[in-house]
Design a protein around this ligand. Structure first.
Ligand code: NAD
Length: 495
């Protein structure tokens, strides 16, 4: 089938996708509208609605490019990552604005810091590229045995909408620095920042090394997950879709990394009843990203002796939050990504309101009129007197809804924190380091923070326990484990 549109942007309101170094429309010529979630119904731009044939062309381009790319010395590949970082730097503001528009994430608190982190990520992987080395194995004087870290081949990267540039950059840096080629599929809800970043990458990378296909999960994600020439899948998204991805990979024994959902605990000990812990709990809950973070600490386990006084401080701070236009520098918190997600969050709030015994202490259902009704805005919401067994305490809401649960004994807090099918992150608040470390060791999560609620930084081996995922990414070790395969070579020196 021949393409209807090729070249640079054909139309001011349409973006193209990247296949084999060319910016193209989908073969079927259809587009998906990207809505601005802070202004319901307003379309920012359209992106190609790729189908299986587009995906197939992108995968074949990546397979062809792999033959040369795998032979480029790692240090040279790293230099290209550094060049991409330099080229991204002057575009921070434009990228941050695009991101704020398509995700609804506030520019000051979220979008600008996300782009800054992306540049860091390219520099980090550019710097560690020459660490793609193997080992020698001591089999004796007459034998030389060594290992090589070889790339895997074509990688299929599928990412969600909540921090799209960061997650896109993560797949690009790890897969491509390691010598693989990549077909990246961003979410149809927030593809614009990813496409802008890809334009910068494409100026430095040979055609076919990076391909970006846009569209819907069923039409474009499924064929990528199932493509027989894709040898490795790296998926970030919901646990539900992650299970499908793992099943598709199992059909052909393709390697898989999964970064999935979470319902992470925050445990506050009685000695941490102070404003710094309150700020930290707010940061850990990712309220400034509307709680739309896989690592959001959305179950707050407060010691009974400080339960009311800690909550009073927390509510006071959250009521001072400025919610609204993500492009306004004064805004702390933007909007939920789309109508579907907005309705899902509202249905959990409704459930909390009807749950016998639960008490709403701030936030609640969004207003039907006024400025906040123009977008998918939900205020920071806290329910107290919650039981860990209830749905709002067990399921990932992916919105600004925090549930507070009291505890008396340390073991009880740890038991409730671990009573979840997720295990991504955890936050512990106490000045007693012995207690903090004892708790950290007992928690079933891939990442435990003590007295801080930060986001991930490059160099950090990040990933989940239980149904929060498989594999580690973000670090040199993550790149080695997830994006290379070891080959052993053994030479008999006596021959
Ligand atoms: P999602 O699973 O619905 O979609 C993620 C991506 O997969 C999108 O690009 C989507 O188009 C695609 N997709 C959907 N169905 C598919 C299918 N059947 N086959 C192939 N691809 C398909 O997730 P979302 O709603 O975009 O994002 C929110 C979820 O992502 C939350 O559960 C959150 O916890 C998770 N998340 C995890 C991490 C992490 O690092 N662990 C980071 C960010 C988000």
């Amino acid at each position: 089938m021949e393409r209807k549109a090729k070249g640079t942007n054909q139309n001011v309101d349409r973006e193209m996708m990247l296949i084999d170094g060319e910016w193209v429309a989908g073969l079927e010529g259809r587009f998906v509208a990207v809505e601005n979630p802070s202004r319901r119904g307003s379309i920012i731009r359209k992106v190609p609605r790729a189908t299986a044939e587009d995906v197939d062309q992108a995968v074949r381009a990546a397979a062809k490019a792999f033959e040369k790319w795998k032979c480029v010395p790692p240090r040279e590949r790293g230099k290209l990552m550094l060049k991409i970082a330099d080229s991204l730097e002057p575009n921070v503001e434009e990228l941050a604005r695009t991101l704020a528009q398509d995700t609804g994430n506030a520019i000051r608190t979220q979008s600008r810091p996300e782009v800054a982190l992306v540049i860091d990520l390219f520099r980090y992987f550019g710097g560690v590229a020459s660490e793609l080395k193997g080992e020698t194995v001591p089999f004796g004087e007459q034998v030389l045995s060594y290992t090589r870290r070889e790339p895997i081949g074509v990688v299929g990267g599928i990412i969600p909408w909540n921090s799209p540039i960061l997650l896109g950059a993560l797949k690009i840096t790890m897969a491509i620095t390691a010598g693989n080629t990549l077909v990246l599929k961003p979410s149809a809800d927030a593809p614009l920042g990813v496409l802008k970043m890809a334009r910068v990458c494409a100026q430095h990378l040979p055609p076919g090394v990076l391909n970006v296909v846009t569209g819907l999960g069923e039409e474009c994600g499924v064929p990528l997950a199932k493509h027989p020439m894709v040898r490795k899948l790296t998926f970030t998204g919901s646990t539900e879709v992650g299970k499908f991805i793992m099943g598709s990979a199992a059909e052909r024994i393709a390697l898989t990394s999964l970064e999935l959902g979470g319902k992470s605990p925050q445990i506050v000990f009685p000695d941490a009843n102070d404003p710094r812990a309150v700020d930290g709990v707010i940061a850990g809950m990712r309220f400034t990203r509307q709680g739309q973070s896989c690592t959001a600490g959305s179950r707050l386990f407060l010691h009974a002796s400080i339960y009311d006084s800690f909550l009073d401080k927390l509510v006071e701070k959250l009521r001072a939050f400025k919610i609204g236009n993500p492009l306004d520098e004064a805004t702390d918190m933007g909007s939920i990504i789309n109508r579907r997600q907005f309705e899902k969050v509202c249905s959990y709030v409704e459930e909390g309101l009807h749950q016998k015994g639960a008490r709403l202490v701030t936030g609640g259902l969004p207003p039907n009129e006024g400025p906040l009704a123009q977008g998918y805005f939900v205020e920071p919401t806290i329910f107290t007197n919650i039981l860990n067994e209830w749905r709002i305490a067990r399921e990932e809401i992916f919105g600004p809804v925090l549930v507070a649960i009291p505890w008396h004994e340390e073991e009880e807090a740890i038991r409730m924190a671990n009573d979840s099918h997720y295990g991504l992150a955890a936050f512990i608040w106490t000045h007693d380091i012995g207690k903090a470390l004892r708790t950290a060791h007992a928690i079933e999560s891939g990442w435990v923070q003590i007295n801080q609620g930060f986001g991930i930084l490059p160099g950090h081996s990040y990933g989940g326990f239980k149904q929060s995922g498989i594999g580690r990414e973000y670090s040199l070790e993550g790149m080695l484990e997830s994006f290379t395969q070891r080959k052993s070579i053994t030479v008999n020196l006596q021959f």
